[in-house]
Design a protein around this ligand. Sequence first.
Ligand code: G3P
Ligand code: MG
Length: 257
Amino acid sequence: MTHPSDIGPAPGEVQAHRGASAIAPENTLAAFRLAAEQGAKWVELDVALSADGTLVVIHDDSVDRTSSGKGPLGNLSLAQIAALDAGSWFDQRFAGERIPTLAEVISALGELGLSANVEIKQHKHHKHHKHHKHHKSLDQLVHAVQADISQRSAQTEIMISSFDPEALRAMHGLEPDLEMAMLWGRPPEDWAGQLAAIPATTIHMHYKALSIGMLEETTRRGIKVRAWTCNDPVQLISFWGAGLTGVITDNPALFLE
Ligand code: G3P
Ligand code: MG
């Protein structure tokens, strides 16, 4: 059996999924700091709006799993969210970690020398509004992302990803120079057409759906592909040579050493 230490560092880009979330509570400043200490240059993080319209960095549509609190994100104010403990659920050593705002994380990235893949989450409770309200909340969401990322330091690069093509389309309208990555578990047959309609230049897909044939086609078309969420470097060995651009992993150390 091949051991990760036998295969050396990954030849592509390594993004720390929700920070170094294998060894720290996901989407916290501690997780981003540890990703930087492991040598990662990129972190992936998830953002959504609080009830009072501030972008916070959290994966789920509720605070239940990753904090000391309870309730849907869309019902909680920033003050309520910021008062929660987002570390103890993972390990008592991280007691006192908070659910950070995107603005706080953007500021920390500058100090840590990190760049970020900002994943825009459009949670269901936003989508179940009437059509015009959905557009209003999407508009609010992308403008909030634009305002926060505009504060990044000169060394911090930003890319945007989402499972929601409408979020990418709206974000591209505001920030046409940023890399837009469409998230799919398994890309649809018509991935090229769907990317062009956004327009997006990149696919972020589940690593188990990777194929050499598809990577040859994406490479031919100048489309980048990153694979999530892979915590076993052996799984990707055959894909780097076929044009895989990067990996999104909970444990960046495995791919960097
Ligand atoms: O960006 C890749 C990955 O984060 C997408 O899935 O559910 O972990 O946000 P999820
Ligand atoms: Mg994510």
